[in-house]
Design a protein around this ligand. Sequence first.
Ligand code: NAP
Ligand code: HSE
Length: 439
Amino acid sequence: MSVPSTLNIGLCGFGTVGQGVWQHLTSHRAELEARLGVKLNLARASVRDLKKKRDVKVPARVLTTDPLAIARDPAIHIVCELMGGTTLAREVTLAALWRGAVVVSANKALICEHGPEIIAAAQKHGGHFFFEASVAGGIPIIKALREGLVANRFTRIYGILNGTCNYILTQMEEHDAPYAAVLAEAKRLGYAEADESLDVDGWDTAHKASVLAWLAHGVWVKTDQMIVEGISRITPADFKTAATLGFGIKLLAVITRDFAKNELSVRVHPTLLPAGNVVANVSGVFNAISVTGDVVGTTFYSGRGAGRDATASAVISDIADAASLLQHGKGAHLLGEITAAPRACRLAPPQHVLSRFYLRLTVRDQPGVLARVASVMAKHKVSIASVIQGPADEPGAASLVLTTHESDERAMGATLKRLKALAAVLDEPVLLRIGDFER
Ligand code: NAP
Ligand code: HSE
């Protein structure tokens, strides 16, 4: 096979990430070409709106509104799908793979929803699919799992996978900042998804958890098979109460595998972490991931999890891997698309998923209410560890924060259902898990 001396790169999407890739690939082109031994040509880029003002200027002839034309162009060796969404992005990805091209993707929603189809298309037609930018921004966690830690079975992977949420939680915790204003700032900084509910409701973290679970365990876990809870109901008061108890609050993805039972659990929820936990101390847009393997023990990764520059770094690393692959062939390194053989394991049932819980209830401030709450919990064998009562915003109401000893998701779910039905419980309860990961 003849190896081209110049690799043509097409960017489908020229927004936050696409412009970052153009800017940094251009500024680092000479070093990259010297290291890779091949010329890198940014040939085309597609947008929705040709008239939109952009920070990164490119010749008008380079821009098109037709991403499929880039995907299908036989002269383009590396197609970067940086648009987002799961409809046109899927078509673009498949069109490029069907002609045996390399696709570089930052699109975790697409991978979570259509991963098996994409990998099958790559394998059938000789294309390749790279996706380092899809999880944890600039942190090379895909390479770490696939290559650096290949010797391991992963018993636990947990961490902060959404920069927007960590930015919001940090601003709320440190500056008592109002949720809506911080979210608007995260959008302005280019951290948030076009549909911000993907971030704050936990779905983006769930998409990334799905990608990591697949890499680590060879199993595709859909978001409807996970617990997925977001951050929108957490208040500054929760941070204060958590701090009194010795915890911080982070939105975490938690992937655990019980090899004895052969069960996998993938979940996303706001979590109380002990103040000394290393992940609890990762702030702002930074992501953090703790990976425990049976051979290596626990390893830890942190870095910017969103934004133009961090994400461009990950996309360019995939472009470099693609260049190396196109020159040296499949199998020269562990660079090709993942071929993790599905290893049979089942999803853990809720009664096998254990943790301690933090439960905040807004209740009528009346005699006997605490006893009724305690009785519901006792009925479901959920043992109370501590109770903090304080004022609530509503007149005649009290805020009741209970923590529990270890219980399971089924018992806690049933408890919550009964508590919601009590006349004395005034608002939707807030339930957070307590992460005892370093025990
Ligand atoms: P963005 O700023 O909204 O950019 C999207 C780009 O795609 C824009 O150039 C847009 O055109 C174009 N586009 C969108 N829909 C299109 C359509 N239907 N037809 C043609 N062009 C279309 O998004 P982004 O933040 O760069 O994110 C891109 C991808 O990277 C997403 O999958 C996202 O999840 C992922 N990602 C983002 C980050 C981050 O920090 N931003 C980090 C990691 C991964 P116009 O410019 O004309 O609107
Ligand atoms: N919206 C995502 C985040 C972008 O905030 O983490 C990076 O995937």
